[in-house]
Design a protein around this ligand. Structure first.
Ligand code: AMP
Ligand code: MG
Length: 389
């Protein structure tokens, strides 16, 4: 059994070379940018009006201004504004030569072809050419996880496609002769397969592609066949169940026979002690203990950061500081524990939790309280780190 830090280091030290592809702009959301984005244009590309109003020179203090033209967004202005003149202008329209200020319509009056300012205001109401971004500016750096606001930036720079890191294809295999797919009738001794679906949802959140291998009954030859198929096709394979010490826990043995180098088989973590991690060539394998909370937690702790790294993203788990609402005690302290909690505005409350099969506890939780090795109690009022899930 190795400490969680050592296991994290092993997984982190696996050398990865994320590959790059170009995707159409609308498909870039939730992907990781693979190259710096340097702007080829000024933003805005010309001096433009920020208001519906009248464009004139800020040095011109005439009593009234002759309206010499109307400029709509998209129009090219006429010959320019001189003293005593203005142009009626719409938001987003190009400023005419000689104008550097727009008087908003609300504080003006129009009479006989002239504009009068009826209220004083000092703002210019003009967006200057290149004030947001200049040609040659590095607007975004490689490694950024693309959100809707980044999609907007690509579009505003005129990019129809975006260089991103390739997503890994991740195979999921569920093991267990007692496991049945949702939608079917449960027979005596059987339980529904929740792990395949929690895992594929977690993979979907990370942005990986999923190859679902179905359920393998606890039979060595059958599991081996399915693992081999997934290994051929996928970059990463996640197997749920069959990694522990039971008579029918075939997975580690199968992997060894398939030539996978197992880096660890037991981690000092609760839940999730019998976690397996192995590598063969450029293929990576995670064996997750079958209890649903273990599967979920081990994905969060080990698999998620690894997959993000495969996609060129330096994922930092979201930790929040909060204050314990009550005491929490545990009998044994030999493993780093992750306990489902509900936290909010500075408080942490441990939810009712019967152990690693109790997946319902996770639905009530929005965080995992991390309790280090050697710590038996966390007292009311103490500040703790909660990992958001
Ligand atoms: P195992 O890791 O195979 O020893 O399984 C540990 C526990 O998790 C057993 O009670 C299994 O029935 C349960 N389990 C295994 N796989 C799943 C699954 N896909 N969905 C829900 N529970 C599971
Ligand atoms: Mg099993």
């Amino acid at each position: 059994m190795i400490p969680i830090k050592d296991a994290e280091k092993i997984v982190n030290d696996i050398d990865l070379k994320p590959k790059i592809e170009r995707v159409p702009l609308p498909d870039s959301l939730h992907r990781v940018l693979a190259k710096n984005i340097v702007s080829q244009i000024n933003m805005p590309p010309f001096d433009k009006s920020a208001m519906d109003g009248f464009a004139l020179s800020s040095k011109d203090d005439s009593q009234r201004y002759k309206i010499i033209e109307t400029i709509a967004a998209g129009d090219i202005p006429g010959e320019g504004i001189r003293k005593g003149e203005c142009a009626k202008i719409m938001t987003g329209a190009m400023l005419p030569e000689g104008a550097d200020r727009v008087i908003k319509r609300e504080i003006t009056a129009e009479r006989d072809g002239y504009m009068h300012i009826v209220e004083e205001e000092s703002v210019k109401n003009v967006c200057r050419k290149g004030e947001d971004v200049k040609i040659g500016d590095t607007v975004l750096k490689a490694g950024v996880l693309i959100r809707p606001q980044e999609v907007a930036i690509f579009a505003s720079l005129g990019l129809a496609s975006v260089p991103v890191y390739k997503k890994p294809l991740v195979g999921i295999l569920t093991t267990g002769s007692e496991i049945v797919e949702p939608g079917r009738e449960l027979e005596s001794g059987q339980i529904y397969n929740s792990n395949a679906y929690s895992l594929s949802a977690q993979l979907c959140q990370v942005g990986a592609d999923v190859e679902y291998g179905g359920i393998a009954v606890d039979d060595e030859a059958g599991i081996r066949k399915q693992v081999t198929r997934l290994f051929k096709k996928c970059d990463v394979v996640i197997i749920s169940g069959g990694v522990s010490m039971g008579d029918y826990d075939y997975v580690p043995g199968i992997l060894v026979k398939l030539g996978v180098k197992l880096y660890f088989r037991k981690v000092a973590i609760k839940p999730g002690k019998p976690t397996v991690f192995g590598v063969k060539g450029d293929k990576v394998f995670f064996g997750l203990p079958g209890n649903p909370v273990s599967t979920f937690v081990i994905f969060e702790i080990f698999v998620k950061p690894f997959l993000y790294r495969m996609m060129g993203y330096d994922y930092q788990p979201p930790f929040n500081k909060a204050v314990m609402k009550h005491d929490f005690k545990r009998k044994k302290s030999g493993r780093t524990a992750f306990v489902p909690v509900k936290f909010g505005e500075g408080f942490v409350e441990v939810v009712e939790y019967h152990g690693s099969a109790h997946i319902y506890a996770l639905a009530k939780a929005n965080g995992l309280l991390q309790i280090p090795v050697g710590v038996n109690e966390v007292l009311k009022g103490s500040t703790v780190d909660v990992r958001q899930v």
